[in-house]
Write a protein that binds this ligand. Structure first.
Ligand code: IPD
Ligand code: CA
Length: 272
């Protein structure tokens, strides 16, 4: 696959994200598709998630029939050329009428994310990154913030019931103990976009899926931040710890996450 092939997909992903976001916005404003079924405790899926998932699969499979597709609601399997999609990241917010959710689309080649798009349909902000070409919000370049240290930093510490509460409490305790401010805004994709554009300084979560984070991780990387590696191949279907931040607090956050969760000797997060 050539750079031009990836560029074409990067542009197409942005069009698709905007259209998908328009569907989400319509449902969000009308309240029509906010009722939901539960996939798990505090883990809903709405009619809008399913409709957008189908819409994106149809669009991408129609334009690029040889590419693989992995989505939150339909699944899929790893492939050399792979779309990884979350139709709505932050579904719990969406379902409760809280305007903090996003469409997330990543495109990967041979185990590396090459294009990432996160679209917030309520604020109409589109965050985009193409590997090696920087990160942008609505076409303007974005950079991570140069935090001076923990007492100058806000970290989004995402939470789900997939991970033991004790570990999460340990993590929050460690963050507060070091002097960080923390938030839990309920969308990993949006949290990572916020790091990329310097609104906050770090994002971490103990257990996340590839569709929640691949696009956002590339945003942070291309905005000058540090990110943990997310395993590709079969690892794309599993839960992993995720950390992304401005470089000045990388060591401190990495140590915090290790202290909160890791049995002695385990390597938790690899650095780039
Ligand atoms: C969730 C969001 C949330 C995170 C959860 C994810 P979903 O994804 O990213 O911020 O804390 O772990 O499951 O279900 O809204 O796509
Ligand atoms: Ca989702």
């Amino acid at each position: 696959m050539t750079g031009n092939d990836i560029d074409r997909r990067h542009r197409f992903a942005q069009d698709c994200a905007r259209q998908a976001g328009a569907i989400a916005r319509h449902y969000f404003r009308s309240g029509e598709a906010l009722s939901s079924a539960e996939k798990g405790r505090h883990d809903p899926v709405t009619q809008a998630d399913l409709e957008i998932d189908r819409f994106l699969i149809d669009q991408l499979a129609g334009a690029f029939p040889a590419d693989g597709i992995l989505t939150e609601e339909t699944g899929g399997s790893p492939a050399r050329h792979l779309w990884v999609i979350d139709p709505i990241d932050g579904t719990l917010n969406f379902a409760r009428g809280i305007a903090h959710f996003a469409v997330s689309i990543a495109f990967c080649v041979d185990g590396q994310t090459e294009s990432g798009v996160v679209y917030d349909p309520v604020s109409n902000e589109i965050f985009t990154a193409r590997r090696g070409q920087g990160a942008f919000c609505n076409g303007r370049p974005i950079r991570v913030r140069a935090a001076r240290g923990p007492s100058d930093a806000i970290v989004d510490a995402g939470y789900s019931l997939r991970h033991p509460a004790a570990d999460y409490l340990g993590l929050i305790g460690n963050l507060l103990g070091q002097g960080y401010a923390f938030v839990q805004n309920g969308s990993a994709a949006m949290g990572l976009a916020a790091v990329a554009c310097g609104r906050i300084d770090g994002f971490c979560e103990l257990s996340l899926k590839s569709w929640d984070v691949l696009a956002g991780l590339l945003l942070v990387e291309e905005a000058g931040g540090w990110t943990s590696d997310f395993p590709h191949g079969p690892g794309l279907l599993e839960n992993h710890k995720v950390l992304a931040c401005t470089p000045s607090i990388r060591q401190s956050l990495q140590d915090l996450m290790l202290a909160a969760t890791t049995p002695r000797g385990e390597t938790l997060l690899s650095s780039r």
